[in-house]
Design a binder for this molecule. Structure first.
Ligand SMILES: [Mg+2]
Length: 268
């Protein structure tokens, strides 16, 4: 079975996976789990402290008091059980926080190497200029792979779709390896992180505005369709009224075609 670093389903979790996943963040709080149960880390500490520590009334403590006392108990270190419980508590919520960060990274972060020293050796051995040139080459190879795949999507009979997709993966790997080296050459990790945060926030704002605009437009379209519908006749008999009805029907059809909103949806 494939080893998963971050996972939540305990039904098919091995011990090693459990070791990486027995604490996690839920609703902004650290939680503990094993194969039998899930419990908030604070409740777990309430249970442990009231059973074995000197905080016999821990079960009734509010979160702030419990946190404060456990932080205080850190001063005892391994000298007594309260100190050990305090260390245990700190390890659990710290691990839960790191796991939450890693979860985002594992799902959405760029894949990376666990051997960055090899890439640093490459920069040292071949030089900054050569590795910068290599980065430029790899980025253009990725551009080419993307274009080829686009062509394969359009003309599947002439191009091997799977092969062009694999080629994209290979070229993305090359680009990531070279981007890592560019970071080693030019530095700026913190600035880049700040830029990413700012740009993603701006993008989120733009997307929110776009969604709002789409909502407003749909609402306006629905109002127009409704008004046109109400302006229509109902089984008109004379020639003029029949013409009016036909014109209204045609107007509704045009609005439907142009906007994709159907009068039936509006009337529902
Ligand atoms: Mg390449």
């Amino acid at each position: 079975m494939e080893f998963r670093r971050i996972c939540d389903d305990t039904s098919d979790m091995g011990n090693w996976e459990m070791a990486h996943n027995h604490v996690f963040v839920k609703n902004g709080e650290a939680w503990y789990r094993d194969f039998e149960r899930e419990i908030s880390v604070r409740d777990l500490m309430r249970e442990i402290c009231s059973k074995h520590g000197s905080l016999a009334d821990a079960g009734d403590m509010d979160n702030d008091t419990l946190d404060e006392l456990l932080a205080d108990d850190l001063q005892y270190g391994t000298g007594d059980l309260d100190g050990i419980f305090a260390m245990f508590y700190r390890s659990l919520y710290g691990m839960a926080d790191i796991r939450a960060w890693l979860e985002v990274y594992e799902k959405h972060g760029l894949p990376t190497t666990m051997r960055p020293e090899v890439l640093q050796q490459a920069v040292d051995a071949y030089g900054k200029e050569a590795q910068t040139d290599m980065a430029i080459e790899e980025m253009s190879e990725l551009s080419k792979a993307l274009l080829k795949h686009r062509r394969a999507e359009k003309y599947p009979e002439a191009w091997d779709y799977e092969r062009t997709r694999q080629n994209i993966y290979e070229e993305i790997a090359d680009v990531i390896i070279m981007l890592t080296q560019l970071l080693m050459i030019y530095g700026g990790r913190e600035e880049i992180q700040k830029d990413i945060d700012i740009k993603v926030s701006r993008l989120a704002e733009r997307l929110k505005n776009k969604a709002k605009e789409a909502d407003d437009t749909k609402e306006r379209t629905e109002r127009i369709l409704l008004r046109l519908h109400e302006a229509g006749g109902c089984g008109a008999q004379d020639g003029y009224a029949e013409g009016w009805d036909e014109a209204i029907t045609e107007a509704i059809r045009i609005v439907e075609e142009e906007t994709g909103t159907r009068i039936e949806e509006v009337l529902e």
